[in-house]
Write a protein that binds this ligand. Structure first.
Ligand code: ZN
Length: 179
């Protein structure tokens, strides 16, 4: 079902769903061309500094699950900052890229005391004070002498294990701390 009227309906629905949550968001749903399925492009300044998979998480977590299943299932998604192109997004690294190193990255992060230091920075209610990014994760690992490239790999590995932000990294590394 990719009739143009159907895509226009989806575009309108997507914009109405996301606009209150992501101020200034722009949305475009286009017919299959480069891919066999219709494409949804979500443009938002707040995606800057986030990994591709973190961006998709932001979109999905701001659409009610039943709406996503019913209306948006089957689209190909791109979450871009205002200046980016789809090809920029395609070049972004993914958690799969570091799958083989994930185990040793986790072990090194634990050795660095990452979870405890993030907890210290975020305070008692980490879920509340978390910025939804890897800001503290990056800061702590940089302080422990990790290179920028290795920090990036750790963040990708965390995403591959279901941790998309600082408070989820705490829960990932200290499972019993999950609230
Ligand atoms: Zn968080």
């Amino acid at each position: 079902m990719t009739a143009r009227s159907q895509l226009e309906r989806l575009q309108k629905l997507l914009k109405e769903t996301l606009a209150p949550k992501l101020p200034g968001v722009e949305v475009e749903v286009t017919p299959p061309a480069r891919w066999k399925r219709p494409v949804a492009v979500v443009r938002w300044g707040g995606f800057a500094g986030l990994l591709a998979e973190q961006r998709f998480r932001v979109v999905v977590s701001n659409i009610p699950a039943e709406t996503f299943e019913r209306d948006f299932h089957g689209l190909i998604w791109f979450e871009l900052t205002p200046g980016e192109e789809i090809d920029d997004y395609l070049r972004m690294p993914r958690s799969d890229d570091v799958a083989k190193k994930a185990e040793s990255l986790m072990a090194s992060a634990m050795k660095s005391g990452l979870a405890g230091k993030i907890k210290e920075a975020l305070g008692n209610d980490a879920g509340e004070s978390c910025s939804g990014s890897f800001e503290e994760t990056r800061r702590v690992l940089a302080g422990a002498g990790w290179s920028k490239a290795r920090i990036e790999e750790f963040c990708l590995a965390a995403v591959g294990r279901g941790a998309y932000c600082d408070c989820e990294v705490i829960a990932l590394l200290i499972p019993e701390s999950a609230t």
